[in-house]
Ligand binder design. Structure first.
Ligand code: TXA
Ligand code: MG
Length: 315
């Protein structure tokens, strides 16, 4: 695979050492995690973090997730209360992001937190991400490696096609095995779900021994009027479709007549892993109108439906 602009690095020791060196110099490196590909920069370097926002075309008030190798490294930049310790012990490394009080002296760029006094942190469960964090030895700020508002990347080719000429390097670690962004939980008081994601909220509530509160911020829409267009394919999306209408391309789930199928077996884990790649494929097919089959709204299905609702939101 060739990249326009970005150096394509292999996920071996030499490639990771080069990627770490680029981060140290303030460059942008896209790397795989178990959820989606991230667009990484040194979280302590204002200019490098600003370059993330520029490359994505992202509004700078939207704060970023900081990636760390383990809970000890995370503890250096934020404060863990009992809930946070319990969740980190149960789900890290993994697809859970915790929003915790920032340690002001930790040296994290104010651009990372968009000036908030809390910070989002995560320990990824991916060999290549862990290898890069170990080689770099510091906190890596990384949003998903897609242009703002577009479909998140689950392969190196997705990153190359959307940001290839705006980043310094891309580590190709193959397809992401979870395929949906991390679940975000704020532990600043009552634990609160800010974004459904790769770890079902039922599992998180079970670990805490009580239900999660649900945020009403516009990033976690509760009513159609609050829906933010996001994760959007080029075509128009119609949800809960049981059959194609004229001119539609059908994205199926379970045994049915469809042009693409998230999981013919009706498996939510497989559907999550394939969702963004299917949306990318629909773009590549030039699908102008897309009908999407109903997805069961439990477990990972909730995060899938959250992404689909945003893909269908008016823009
Ligand atoms: O799986 C993932 O989480 C991927 C991979 C690369 O780790 N990253 C990712 O990052 O999805 P991003 O930037 O696309 O989404 C970050 C989300 C945003 O919705 C942002 O508003 C929220 O995290 N966030 C970050 N810091 C926050 C804070 N202090 N308080 C509340 N929300 C925060
Ligand atoms: Mg994103």
């Amino acid at each position: 695979m060739s990249t326009r602009g970005a150096a394509l690095l292999q996920p071996d020791a030499a490639g990771l050492a080069r990627a770490a060196e680029i981060l140290t110099q303030g460059g942008l490196v896209s790397f795989p995690t178990e959820t989606v590909y991230g667009l990484g920069a040194d979280a302590r370097n204002d200019r490098a973090v600003a370059a993330i926002f520029a490359a994505k075309g992202r509004p700078s008030f939207n704060p970023l997730i900081v990636h760390l190798g383990d809970i000890t490294a995370a503890n250096e930049i934020c404060d863990f209360n009992d809930d946070a310790r319990c969740l980190a012990a149960a789900f890290w490394p993994g697809a859970l992001t915790l929003v915790l009080p920032l340690r002001p002296q930790a040296g994290i760029s104010r651009l990372v937190t968009a000036g908030l006094d809390s910070i989002a942190v995560r320990v990824p469960d991916h060999k290549v991400a862990q290898g890069l964090l170990a080689a770099f030895g510091g906190p890596v700020a990384a949003p998903s490696a897609n242009a703002s508002g577009r479909i998140s990347p689950t392969t190196a080719a997705h990153v190359r096609d959307s940001l290839g000429d705006r980043i310094d390097a891309l580590v190709d670690g193959g397809p992401c095995f979870v395929g949906l962004e991390s679940t975000i939980v704020a532990c600043l008081g009552t634990p609160t779900l800010l974004r459904a994601g790769g770890i079902p909220s039922e599992a998180i509530a079970a670990c805490l021994g009580r239900p999660l509160a649900i945020s009403e911020n516009p990033d976690a829409p509760v009513s159609p009027g609050q829906l933010l267009s996001h994760y959007a394919p080029i075509g128009q999306v119609r949800l809960n479709a049981t059959a194609r209408q004229d001119g539609e391309v059908m994205l199926g789930f379970g045994l049915m007549d469809a042009d693409l199928n998230l999981s013919p077996a009706g498996d939510l884990t497989e559907a999550a892993a394939r969702l963004f790649d299917c949306l990318h494929q629909l773009d590549a097919m030039g699908a102008a109108r897309i009908a999407v089959a109903p997805i069961p709204d439990h477990g990972l299905g909730r995060a899938i439906n959250d992404r689909l609702k945003r893909a269908a939101a008016p823009r």
